[in-house]
Write a protein of this length. Structure first.
Length: 365
């Protein structure tokens, strides 16, 4: 008979049969205790012959490995009915800026709670500046809790911004550079757990790189941590139970592609492109959604930094009217084509010439 050996608390050793549920308890008073301890330490099986002889034997069959193999739990799939979902009404109340941006952001007019907006664009186009202005407008006009997480700029960098935009002075800012000796992962988690309505992060790549280096994590684990943290706060899992909306600035590669996984792309509510019209030498800047589950795509909102941050309302309205006129014209042309086809579609084409033999002559009087 073969037994696997397992050391229990104290000096007790358990011998379990590989063929049945039979178990033996061997304590220090047993005459063969020392030998059994040696077998157990060497990973050998205990062999007891029919004549009662005890010996140690190598585990050729892999009984120990099979005993320690974790059991596979059955997967329990829970299906959800939309009628069973319960949300606070605040999830459906927009956070307006009271600027032309509101109509641009969503059909409801403003930032919607519990969303994730990714903003990418050319270097130097003013991504941080225009988004900080939008953050300030929400704080000023909606009395919402807003936060700026800066992983790229330090306090001196922001001081220069404040000279140009003094009204940003009351924006709460988390400078990750202030916590070089601390755990940035815990710093971010603790800060977000306070509960915020709208969070601007600059940038997604720098936050992930900082946590990755300081916490010795792989890139995939770091990104999963950050995305899971965003989703948890989207769902109101913070002290104030606020459905946090994240606006996250993305860095682009030299080829113009965003830096991040496909999971990031798919979990976003909207993808915003902030760019120059006609290249970097142009003075015209615009924002445009290439993906937006809550509003329109393909509409350009131009902005300018000549006198603070201003949005070209007249141009935006004019462009919307032009788009509506084009859409109406296309619909009209399509309708006219359908009518033409119905009217003349029965006439034979040149390739469908009529055989003279099939023509029935008319009777003459």
């Amino acid at each position: 008979m073969l037994y696997t050996l397992k050391k229990l608390k104290g000096s007790l050793i358990e011998a379990k049969s590989v063929e049945s549920n039979e178990k033996l308890s061997i304590d220090a008073n047993h005459e063969r205790y020392e030998k059994v301890v040696q077998y157990c330490s060497a990973g050998k099986l205990l062999s007891i012959s029919d004549r009662g002889t005890w010996s140690g034997r190598k585990d050729y069959e892999g009984y120990y490995k099979a005993a320690t193999k974790p059991t596979t739990k059955s997967l329990q799939v829970k299906l959800t009915k939309l009628d069973d979902l319960k949300f606070n009404d605040s999830l459906f109340v927009p956070m307006p800026t009271h600027t032309p941006v509101d109509k641009f952001l969503s059909n409801d007019g403003g930032f919607m709670p519990g969303c994730n907006i990714m903003a990418a664009g050319a270097p130097g186009v003013g991504k941080t500046t225009v988004l900080l202005e939008m953050l300030y407008k929400v704080q000023q006009n909606s009395n919402k809790k807003v936060l700026f997480i800066s992983a790229e700029m330090n306090q001196l960098d922001m001081a220069r911004y404040l000279k140009r935009f003094p009204h940003w002075g009351q924006l709460p800012i988390l400078f990750l550079s202030d916590y070089t000796d601390a755990d940035p992962q815990k710093v971010i988690e603790s800060t977000l757990n306070q509960g915020w309505d709208l969070v601007l992060t600059d940038s997604y790549t720098e936050v992930n790189d900082t946590v990755k280096e300081e916490c010795n994590l792989t890139r995939s684990k770091t990104e999963k941590w950050f995305l899971d943290l965003m989703i948890a706060n989207n769902q109101g899992k913070n002290k104030l139970k606020l459905y946090t909306t994240f606006v996250t600035i993305l860095q682009l590669s030299k080829g113009g592609n965003f830096v991040g996984s496909n999971k990031l792309k798919h979990m976003t509510t909207a993808m915003m492109d902030i760019n120059w019209k006609g290249g970097e030498n142009s003075s015209e800047r615009y924002m445009e959604f290439t993906k937006n589950r809550l509003g329109a795509v393909g509409q350009k909102l131009f902005f300018d930094f000549t006198n603070g941050v201003t949005f070209d309302q007249a141009r935006y309205t004019r462009d919307l009217l032009n788009l509506e006129m084009i859409a109406e014209e296309k619909e009209k042309l399509s309708s006219e084509e359908d009518a033409f086809d119905r009217m003349f579609g029965a006439l034979p084409s040149e390739s469908e010439s009529v055989d003279p033999a099939e023509v029935i002559p008319m009777e003459t009087k």
